[in-house]
Ligand binder design. Structure first.
Ligand SMILES: [Zn+2]
Length: 248
């Protein structure tokens, strides 16, 4: 050896390796090892291929009587449409909000019945969470949902198989567009800035109207839509953007 590693250097070096390792594994846990082939097959969608200035705003975990109506008022003010990934259990308690979402031209999609941890439940329970919510949405709106978003973004081979059989496409979100708006203490301006800084055509932006921080999410929507209008961006539903992207 022509050089001597000092103890301090060695610790810095090992911490570096550990950090890279952890970041890599976190990314892979979030994305699942088979993610790439599911994206190719288009059973999972995380972004739409388009050059047009169009994006999708998605709202998870509602309907929530405190925040969903606010988000709907703001979308209406800006003539924007969005996709709402709702929970079956909450939809049963607030069918009037679900009806309003649908009536105002937004899309309603399935986000499971109880926000169960899909990492811990078996295939039969997954199927029940998904089918029950599909039935509730159909009963309230007369429409069958086309999209499913797994709680926490958890993907598995079993889940993908169920979605294929149920004719649901898995709506992921664009990796860069997760502002963590649901975290208590995250402010509206901070959420909007995160999204505006990274905005690109075809992105799927994840937000939460059903989390305790929903007031900030609603206000962030107003700030965000003001800015997107200035940049001539349009917000449409998942299905609308898919139809547009397929035409290109
Ligand atoms: Zn959720």
């Amino acid at each position: 050896m022509f050089f001597v590693l000092r103890k301090k250097d060695l610790i810095v070096f090992l911490c570096g390796i550990l950090f890279i390792g952890l970041s890599w594994s976190t990314f892979h846990i979030a994305a699942h090892p088979n993610m790439e082939s599911w994206l190719k097959e288009k059973i999972v969608i995380s972004q739409f291929p388009t050059d047009k200035k169009i994006v999708v705003l998605t709202y998870d975990d509602g309907p929530d009587p405190r925040f969903t109506p606010l988000v709907l008022d703001i979308l209406k003010k800006h003539h924007a449409h969005a996709s709402f990934f709702i929970l079956g259990k909450r939809a049963e308690n607030h069918p009037e909000i679900v009806k309003r979402i649908s009536k105002e031209g937004h899309e309603i999609a399935n986000h499971s019945y109880s926000h169960a941890d899909f990492n811990r439940i078996n295939k039969a329970a997954m199927l029940q969470e998904i089918q029950t919510t599909n039935r509730i949405i159909h009963f309230i709106t007369g429409k069958k949902p086309l999209w499913f978003r797994p709680p926490g973004g958890f993907l598995s081979y079993q889940l993908v198989e169920i979605c294929r059989k149920e004719n649901l496409t898995i709506a992921y979100w664009t990796y860069q567009q997760d502002s963590k708006d649901w975290r208590p203490g995250v402010g509206a301006q901070q959420i909007a800035n995160h999204i505006i800084k990274r905005i690109k055509p075809g992105q799927i932006i994840i937000l939460h109207d059903g989390a305790p921080n929903g007031m900030q999410t609603a206000q962030a929507t107003d700030i965000l839509l003001d800015d997107l209008e200035k940049q001539s961006y349009r917000c449409v539903t998942m299905s609308e953007l898919m139809a547009l992207a397929n035409k290109e």
